[in-house]
Design a protein around this ligand. Structure first.
Ligand code: ADP
Length: 398
């Protein structure tokens, strides 16, 4: 008996969805609504190997969810077959430390947290309300990007700023991409037949957004993202770590206000900022091969920052069993993996070049047999992880 779960990931102008049978792990349908509120919207819906599309103006998330419902009705499978809906919710703040059944009180709580993630939480709340209207008879569940990192010790999550200000405004490290770090670390242990509780791992989630985590016995003890997903590694368009003095400096010298600096650091920095607009690693390598010095430096900075974090987490963990790569760059870009691991030779961490193949779709061991740390590529699957978490919550609530 299949158990279909609908998982939704609502951005400000998009909705990504999948209907997944958690028993067989089969994707029954998937789709994407784009350009919500931008005048020329569209939906693509995939099921049974076919892809369908509707182009029409989509005003808001209510219309987007109505279109998703229509797509399921027209092309299948029946949306009513979903036993629950899981909603990706970026920021759980200090309130939501685990996957949570959505009630009116939870919606109110999320609304109060919107200030912590103004770009991410409001569209998620719109999506939840619209999905509850479209599917009123099934439980809805919120899965938080921050939840996996609620176990960080105080020494790792506390910023060294005035305590009263930090407490009043809830300023601390929260961490993001938790669903992926959690899924991938469990999968890595399972793949090697190891007891998750007995091993330490460093997980590098390298996509457009990127973060690295230190995981001791399955429990997160540090991560590179912070109060917001801007901290840590160099990303597609985000700067990652930078001297916080840059805000006052740019205000004084360039006349930029906080909002302008925020946009600069989030949208016009990272690889795109360094390499004249290129944030996709395939483009970056093409540029490097053509002799582009900006792209070459961008890659050097990216590798340097990542290696610095891995080195730091080797020290935090004391003993590390696994180094795991995942997400778009981590899974596909063997050159990045090779350059990172080359820099870790002093720790006895070594790749087997023949195992370090591009575009890994399945879990793969890529280290040499004599490496002190096993290096793996584990494809992430945030949608499946969300579907499983949703199912666990509704089973527990029954
Ligand atoms: P997100 O979910 O954060 O948007 P992904 O995890 O899908 O991002 O990663 C997207 C990135 O993965 C792209 O920007 C690109 O840089 C990188 N990527 C995808 N395929 C390849 C490839 N074959 N080689 C190198 N990089 C790739």
């Amino acid at each position: 008996m299949p158990t279909p779960i609908l998982v939704l990931n609502c951005g400000s102008s998009s909705v990504k969805y999948q209907m997944i049978d958690v028993d067989s792990e089969a994707v029954l349908a998937s789709g994407l609504v784009e350009k919500i509120g931008l005048g020329d919207g569209n939906i693509t819906h995939k099921t049974n190997g076919a892809e369908y599309r509707i182009d029409e103006n989509i005003e808001d998330h209510t219309e987007a969810l109505a279109l998703v419902t229509r797509a399921f009705k027209t092309w299948g499978p029946p949306i009513e077959s979903a036993v629950a809906v899981g909603h990706r919710t970026v920021h759980g703040g200090e309130t939501y430390r685990e996957t949570t059944l959505i009630t009116d009180a939870v919606i109110q709580g999320l609304t109060e947290l919107a200030g912590l993630a103004p770009l991410h939480n409001p569209p998620a709340i719109d999506g939840i309300k619209a999905a509850q209207t479209a599917l009123p008879n099934v439980p809805h569940v919120a899965i938080f990007d921050t939840a996996f990192f609620s176990t960080l010790p105080a020494e790792a999550y506390t910023y060294a700023i005035d305590r009263a200000t930090a407490e009043k405004y809830h300023i601390r490290k929260y961490g993001f991409h938790g669903t992926s770090h959690s899924y991938v670390s469990k999968k890595a242990a399972e793949f090697l037949g190891l007891d998750l509780g007995a091993i330490n791992q460093i997980v590098c989630h390298l996509g457009n957004g990127a973060s690295v985590s230190a995981i001791r016995g399955g429990v997160a003890v540090d991560t590179s993202m912070g109060l917001t997903p801007l901290a840590g590694l160099v990303m597609g368009t985000r700067s990652g770590d930078i001297d916080p003095g840059v805000f006052a400096y740019l205000e004084r010298e360039a006349g930029l206000d906080a909002a302008a600096v925020d946009t600069l650091l989030n949208k016009h920095s990272g690889m795109a900022g360094l390499a004249d607009g290129s944030s996709d690693f395939r483009d970056l390598w093409t540029k490097v091969e053509a002799g582009d010095a900006h792209a070459a430096l961008a890659l050097d900075v990216y590798i340097h920052r990542l290696v610095s974090y891995i080195g730091s987490y080797l020290a935090v963990l004391g003993h590390t069993d696994l180094l795991v790569f995942t997400a778009g760059v981590g899974e596909n870009d063997e050159r990045i993996r090779a350059r990172v691991v080359d820099r870790l030779a002093g720790f006895g961490i070594r790749l087997a070049a023949a195992r370090n193949t591009p575009r890994n779709r399945v879990p793969t061991l890529i280290s040499s047999d004599d490496s002190t740390v096993k290096v793996l590529v584990i494809p992430t699957n945030e949608e499946l992880a969300m579907a499983r978490e949703t199912y666990q919550v509704i089973r527990a609530a029954r």
